[in-house]
Design a protein around this ligand. Structure first.
Ligand code: HEC
Length: 449
């Protein structure tokens, strides 16, 4: 018996939660027994017309593997083609006139539209490789109908990291009162003080604009902010090592700027307790390797500025050992370390350019820095003998542009935007220039270098 049959025969099956409500937004669990029977029947019909049974789709178990297998190749952190990432949620997905995802409405969602196009359509996704199967498409459809819920785990939500900075906990009335008082006092001496964002009690104080006038005694104004101060800028002020004793009590601090002050190693000893600190600027201070030792317990530290301090390479290396997650900027720019990422190369084509048969991934050669696959060793050998003869028949192959600069704008060529003109592969910086060229090639021809 098919799912639809079961569904029609059984009056006790709950109405699935897939139904978008009148406004097209998700309807989380408010579909109780009060639903009209006819409505229920309609829903069943809709479901049977191409969707999966409307059990709640599990994003991580059902949707992510599809995106991972067919889309990450071009839409992840490294290769966000079309400026689109599908490896994590972002507001971009729901933004714009033609959003990638419209919760509740697969037909209005660019993602669904693209995967349901004819694979020969240039807009079809995945752009190359196997099209999604019917089952995979049905999962995506049901998932979008159910609200396209994308779990915002810490790893999947770039905002989560940012929001953590504000996580100071609920303030008591007494704490709120002393906070208000302290903000007034800081402003009273000409400093900047206030909540770091809307809807948070986390406070940002900046005294750097007051310069050398801010001496240790002025740090008294921070009293009352112990439970809420998260950002503090004391750069270029006249504070000393002794003054930092006062700062060390603000254990919610996430960012601390001490650049171009006269503080040194003794001052950093007072900061040991700031274990939540993520950002510390010690540019142009008297800090030495001995001072860095005081930072070794700051396990949250992500970024440390040490330009023009007295720290040596050995000191930096030692700190990096106790804080492997930290990025230390010493102002000496070494060559970037190229991290080799193991990726399984994928052939650009699914059909053999010679026979048109499906390719065998083991029979592939690299041509113009792209992997081209064939149905068999013979075809591969034929191609290798005379690639020029077959190259144009390889679907998905991007031919290398002959020019480095866009003939329309003169800016660098992006190899994603090419066209073949008089047998030459011409590259452009953007689709607009490509279109301009296609319209009137003679105008720009001379600029193809
Ligand atoms: C081989 C590379 C490649 C793969 C694989 C791929 N895409 Fe794309 N995708 C692109 C390129 C290039 C663009 C930008 C050009 C365009 O819009 O067609 C794009 C654009 C898109 C867009 C349009 C973005 C917008 O702003 O509207 C969507 C949606 C999309 N892809 C979805 C997917 C999905 C879903 C998959 C997996 C099923 C996928 N893509 C797999 C290359 C790829």
């Amino acid at each position: 018996m098919s799912f639809c049959q079961i569904f029609r025969l059984s009056p006790v099956v709950p109405v699935p939660s897939a139904a978008p409500n009148a406004r097209g937004t998700r309807s989380p669990g408010n579909n109780g027994p009060c639903y009209h029977h006819a409505m229920r029947f309609l829903l069943v019909l809709t479901l049977c017309a191409g969707s999966l049974p409307a059990q709640e789709i599990d994003f991580d178990k059902q949707v992510r593997p599809i995106l991972e297998g067919s889309c990450y190749k071009c839409h992840d952190a490294k290769r966000h083609k079309g400026d689109l990432r599908l490896d994590q949620w972002s507001a971009r997905l729901a933004a714009g006139e033609h959003p990638v995802l419209v919760p509740g409405k697969p037909d209005k969602s660019g993602l669904f539209h693209r995967v349901t196009l004819d694979p020969d359509d240039p807009d079809s996704m995945p752009e190359s490789g196997e099209p999604l199967s019917k089952d995979q498409i049905a999962i995506l459809k049901t998932w979008i109908e159910q609200g396209a819920k994308w779990p915002r785990t810490a790893a999947a939500d770039p905002d989560a990291e940012w929001n953590k900075q504000f996580a100071i906990g609920e303030l008591t009335d007494a704490q709120k009162a002393s906070q208000a008082n302290a903000i007034k006092t800081v402003k009273g001496i000409g400093g900047i003080a206030g909540p770091i964002a809307n809807n948070t009690d986390a406070i940002d104080v900046n005294l750097s604009l007051l310069g050398a006038g801010v001496t240790d005694d002025k740090l008294q104004t921070l009293s009352g902010l112990e439970s809420s101060l998260v950002w503090l800028n004391l750069s270029r002020t006249g504070i000393s090592d002794t003054g930092l004793a006062k700062v060390g009590g603000h254990t919610h601090l996430r960012r601390l700027h001490l650049a171009r002050t006269s503080i040194g190693d003794a001052g950093l000893a007072h900061l040991k307790g700031l274990t939540g600190l993520q950002f510390l600027n010690l540019y142009g201070t008297n800090v030495t390797d001995a001072g860095l030792a005081h930072l070794s317990g700051m396990k949250s530290l992500k970024k440390l500025f040490l330009w023009q301090s007295k720290v040596t390479d050995a000191g930096v290396e030692k700190l990096t050992k106790s804080l492997p997650g930290v990025v230390i900027d010493t102002g000496k720019y070494a060559k970037p370390v190229v991290v080799k990422v193991e990726t399984k190369p994928m052939a650009v084509n699914t059909k053999c350019p010679i026979t048109g048969k499906p390719v065998d991934a083991a029979q592939a050669v690299t041509f113009e820095e792209q992997l081209v696959a064939f149905c068999c060793g013979n075809c591969k050998a034929a191609f290798e003998k005379d690639p020029g003869k077959y190259a144009d028949k390889v679907e998905g192959l991007k031919r290398k542009p002959v020019n480095a600069k866009c003939p329309v704008k003169g800016t660098n060529v992006n190899p994603d935007h090419i066209l073949v003109h008089k047998g030459k592969v011409v590259g452009f910086c953007c689709p607009n220039c490509k279109a301009a060229f296609a319209k009137n090639p003679t105008k720009f021809e001379a600029k193809i270098n």
